[in-house]
Design a protein around this ligand. Sequence first.
Ligand SMILES: [Zn+2]
Length: 339
Amino acid sequence: MKRREFICVLGSIASGSWPRRRTIIAAMAAMVLLPIEVSDAGWLSDLFKGSSKQAKSAKQAKSPRHVASRKPATSAKPAASPKRRNVKLAALGPVALPPAALKPVAAACDPSKFRIVLDVGHTAESEGAISARNVTEFVFNLRLAKRIEEKLKAEGFAETRLLLTEGKARRSLFKRVAAANNLQADLFLSIHHDSVPNKFLEDWEFEGKKSHFSDRFSGYSVFVSRNNPDFKTSLSFAELIGKEMKAQGLDYAKQYSQPIMGRHQRPLLNKETGVYRYDELIVLRKTQMPAVLLEAGSIINRDEELMMNSPERREIISSSVTAAVKEFCEPRWAMLGPL
Ligand SMILES: [Zn+2]
C-alpha cells in the first residue's frame, strides 16, 4: 500500500454483513480460559454482558450458558481438533459445567489433513507498505510466508496452502477470502509487515533515493476480529502465535493501544502477547474458519527492516508460527491432567 495508507492492513477493511455460522461449543469454552491473561481488557465484560454495540453485532459473543449447550459427541469435521482442545481446557475455568460438556467433541487433529491457508498479504499489483529502503511489503510477506509454508510442511502439515492473490487491493481481499472458503481451510493466517501513519514519517535518502522512515515504533502484532464466525478459536490461535513470538524474545508493537494512533488505535486483548482486536478486517471477518492476521514486524523502522530482511529473523518467526500451529493442533493433554 502507498505511504498515505500507512497501515498495510487498512486495505482489509470493508462494510458488509457478518456471515452466519453454526454455534460452536468450544467458542465459549475458550473464553473461559482466556480471562487468565486478558481480564484487564474491557472487551471481555462486553462479551459477557452482550451490551455493547460490538457485542450485539458479534453473534459469537455467547453468554456462558452456551458452554453447556448440547453438542453431538462427534464433529463432522475431524480436523477441528482445536475445538476439542478448547473444550478440554474449559475444565480449568471457573464456570461449572456438566461433565458431558467437557468431553472432546472431535477426533484428534491429524496434521496431514489439517489445512492452514497462509495468505500472502497484498498483491504484486498492490504491494502494501513501502519499507524505509524502498522495498515493498509484498516482497517481505511472500518471503516469510514461503518459509512458514516450508516449515509447516516439514512438520507434517502437508495440506498447508500458500495463498497468492492477484489484482487491486480491495478486490483481492474478497478473492482471498473466497479462495480460503473454497479450500475449506481449518485455519487462516494472513502474513503482513507493518508501517506507521504518515504523520510519523521522516525523510532520508537511501542509495541516493529520497525515502521515508520512522524509527519510533517496532515489533510484531497479532489481530483478530470479533466478527469472525469462530472468534474464540481465532483468538486462541492468535494467543499462541503471540506467546511463541514472545518466547523467542520478540516484542510486540505497543502503539496500537495508544491514543496517539487516533483512528488506528485498537483494543489490546492481551498485554503479554500483543493480540489486538480489529473487527473490520475483511480477511478476518469474511473467512468461514478461524482467522488471524500477523504483522510480523515493522519495515519502516530502519533497524527492524534490516532484521526482517534477514534469514535469521524469518527463521525465528516461521518457527514461532509453526510451533503455534502445532500447539493449536495437538492439545497438550499431559499438562491438563485427567478430567
Ligand atoms: Zn499489509
